[in-house]
Design a protein around this ligand. Sequence first.
Ligand SMILES: NC(=O)c1ccc[n+]([C@@H]2O[C@H](COP(=O)([O-])OP(=O)(O)OC[C@H]3O[C@@H](n4cnc5c(N)ncnc54)[C@H](OP(=O)(O)O)[C@@H]3O)[C@@H](O)[C@H]2O)c1
Length: 226
Amino acid sequence: MKTILIVGSSRGIGLQVAQQLTAARHRVIGLSRTAGEADTVHHNTDILNGELPAIEETIDGIVYCPGSINLRPFRALKADDFRNDFEINTVGAVRTLQQYLPNLQRGNGPAVVLFSTVAVQTGMPYHASVAAAKGAVEGITRSLAAEWAPKIRVNCIAPSLTDTPLAAKLLDSDAKRQASADRHPLKQVGNSAHVAAMACFLLGEEASFITGQIIKIDGGISSVKN
Ligand SMILES: NC(=O)c1ccc[n+]([C@@H]2O[C@H](COP(=O)([O-])OP(=O)(O)OC[C@H]3O[C@@H](n4cnc5c(N)ncnc54)[C@H](OP(=O)(O)O)[C@@H]3O)[C@@H](O)[C@H]2O)c1
């Protein structure tokens, strides 16, 4: 049994990760602003404001889920859009990892899972701000994977559009869902179970030879034309 800290366990991909981990009898310490229904222990926390809760116990894995989809033409993006996206995607992850590194260092096969987006390694219009913030996350992934090897593994998942509350506006009609499915070579809309399964794999012993990777879960959109 592992103890996994999930920031953003209340909905979306983080909730799925919590559900899959608790179903496999792992303990989940959840942090988010609203309660998480699958957590073993929950701390109501805004990851960007105030002190993060002190946690005494050993942590075997950290998953950082808060993020943004702020899609606008470049000329409409304000400097504050870039700052806000950087705060929630990047600074929040840094605060989390700095606060709980001592707990993680005592862990059994400890691992970190962060989230990027397919729009970092594949250029997509209107993604400049989120791509900038997530590009930083990918850099942190590889830097920490090097700095913390061999004890702690650090990997990152880069999803395409995934059916979660964050993406609700982009998938709120049958026409939008069909258009999203059609854009992907695998002709479906990504869901949080697809992505959570990879997160759980990366946290586990089966992934013990994997670190510093950015793993795309994207229906083939970044690498296949058909
Ligand atoms: N969904 C997509 O299409 C998609 C595509 C590419 C990449 N991603 C990335 O995948 C990751 C997960 O996305 P998702 O779609 O599952 O997001 P989501 O549905 O918005 O869920 C985000 C989770 O983070 C928590 N959270 C947000 N702000 C927080 C804060 N300030 N302090 C503490 N907790 C906070 C939310 O809970 P509370 O509101 O209760 O705090 C929620 O549990 C993100 O990094 C996202 O950028 C998603």
